[in-house]
Design a protein around this ligand. Structure first.
Ligand code: KG4
Ligand code: ZN
Length: 337
C-alpha cells in the first residue's frame, strides 16, 4: 500500500511516499526556519505563503525520488489539525485537489498522531504503551491501548516544553528555534547552577510557565545589576529541570497503568538529554523506551502517511473527497480524534 503524506501545519512543507506504513521511499522537507528566524518565531501569514510557493515542487520531488507517479498512490494522507489555520489550509486544499483530480481517497490525520506513529515505522512498539508528546505546541501523556485507542492522561496547563525553550532562548538571545541550541549548550554549562522549583500541579499535569519565568527573572536581575552571567549555565539548568519533570511524570504513568513501553513523540523528542535519561531510567525499571530517528522527530510528511496507514488498518473508511465538508474549509467535521 502506497500512501502520500502531506504536512503543512507550521513552518515545514513536507511530502513523503511511504510503503505499507514502514518503508519510507521519500520524505522531502522544506524548512522555513531561516525565514522566520529574523522574527524570533513563526509568522503565520509568511508560513502560508511559503507553503503555497513550495508545495507543488515538493510533490514532484517526492514522487520522483520514490520512483512512482500519482497513479501508483493508493491513499493521500494530510494533516488537518492542529496547527496554524492558514498553513493547514494550504496542505488540506492541495490534498483535496489531488484527491479529486486523481481519484485517490483522502485520509485526514491529526498532527500529534503523526508524531506518535513515527515510532511505529522504526520500532516494534508493544501496546499498551504510554506516549510522551513533546513539541512546540504540545506536552501530553497519552495512554494507547491494544486497539490503538488513545486516552489523554494529562497535559500542560500553560506553556508547552518546546515553547518554553524557545521563549527562554529568545530572552537570552541564542536564536530560534531555541530547543536545539539549549540542547547543545547543556553540555557546556552547569545544570545545577539555577535551582528551579518543580511546579505543584496534578500527577500527569505540567506547568512550564513558572519554570520559564524563573529563568527570565534571573536574567532580568543580572541585567539590571549590570552583572555578567553564563548563558550555558541557564540553558543547562533549564534543560535539566524540564527533563527531570518529564521523566518523573511519564514513569509514574507507566507504573500506575502497568505499562512496559514508552514512546517519545514530537519535535522535543530530538532532545539528547530526554532521550538518554528516559531510556536509562526506564530500562532500570524494565520499561522499553523508543523514540524516532532525528529525521522523523520534527514535522515531516512520512509520519502523516504512517499514521494514516494505522488509521486505515484500524478500520477507517475514507470518504469521497468532495464530501469532506467543502473544498475550502478545514473543518473536517466528522473527524473524531
Ligand atoms: O513538533 P515540532 O517540529 O513542531 C510542533 O509541532 O511544535 O516541534 C518544534 C519544537 C520547537 O519548539 C523546537 O525548539 C523543539 O521542537 N526542538 C527541540 C530540539 N529540537 C527541536 N527541543 C529540545 N531539544 C532539541 N534537540
Ligand atoms: Zn509537530
Amino acid at each position: 500500500m502506497l500512501i502520500l503524506g502531506i504536512e503543512s501545519s507550521c513552518d515545514e512543507t513536507s511530502i513523503a511516499v511511504v510503503k505499507d506504513g514502514k518503508e519510507i521511499l521519500s520524505n522531502n522537507i522544506s524548512s522555513q526556519i531561516e525565514i522566520h528566524k529574523e522574527y524570533g518565531g513563526v509568522v503565520p501569514e509568511i508560513a502560508s505563503r511559503q507553503h503555497i510557493k513550495n508545495i507543488a515542487a515538493i510533490l514532484d520531488e517526492s514522487l520522483a525520488q520514490a520512483n512512482v507517479t500519482l497513479d501508483d498512490i493508493d491513499y493521500i494522507a494530510v494533516t488537518y489539525a492542529p496547527g496554524l489555520i492558514g498553513a493547514l489550509l494550504v496542505g488540506v486544499s492541495f490534498a483535496k485537489g489531488l484527491s479529486y483530480g486523481h481519484n485517490i481517497p483522502l485520509v485526514p490525520v491529526h498532527h500529534i498522531k503523526g508524531h506518535i506513529y513515527a515510532n511505529f515505522a522504526e520500532h516494534d512498539v508493544k501496546l499498551p504503551c504510554i506516549a510522551l508528546v513533546v513539541s512546540g505546541g504540545h506536552t501530553n501523556i497519552i495512554h494507547i491501548d491494544e486497539n490503538h485507542k488513545f486516552t489523554n492522561l494529562g497535559g500542560t496547563l500553560d506553556d508547552a516544553v518546546g515553547e518554553t525553550m524557545d521563549k527562554v532562548a529568545r530572552v537570552i538571545g541564542i536564536g530560534y528555534p531555541g530547543g536545539p541550541v539549549i540542547d547543545r549548550m547543556y553540555y557546556e554549562g552547569n545544570p545545577e547552577f539555577l535551582k528551579i522549583p518543580e511546579p505543584k500541579v496534578g500527577e500527569y499535569e505540567f506547568s512550564f510557565s513558572g519554570v520559564k519565568t524563573n529563568v527570565i527573572n534571573y536574567v532580568n536581575k543580572m541585567r539590571m545589576k549590570g552583572e555578567e552571567f553564563k548563558k550555558e549555565d541557564l540553558a543547562a539548568s533549564l534543560q535539566k529541570t524540564i527533563v527531570d519533570i518529564l521523566c518523573k511524570k511519564v514513569l509514574k504513568a507507566c507504573e500506575d497503568k502497568n505499562v512496559k513501553q514508552i514512546i517519545i513523540a514530537g519535535g522535543v523528542a530530538a532532545n539528547s538529554l530526554l532521550r538518554s535519561q528516559l531510556k536509562e531510567k526506564g530500562e532500570a525499571l524494565g520499561i522499553e523506551v523508543s523514540y524516532p530517528s532525528m529525521k522523523l522527530c520534527t514535522d515531516n510528511g512520512a509520519m502523516i502517511a504512517i499514521a494514516a496507514y494505522h488509521k486505515l488498518m484500524n478500520g477507517y473508511k475514507p470518504k469521497d473527497s468532495l464530501s469532506l465538508n467543502g473544498i475550502a474549509t478545514l473543518n473536517i467535521a466528522d473527524e473524531k480524534e
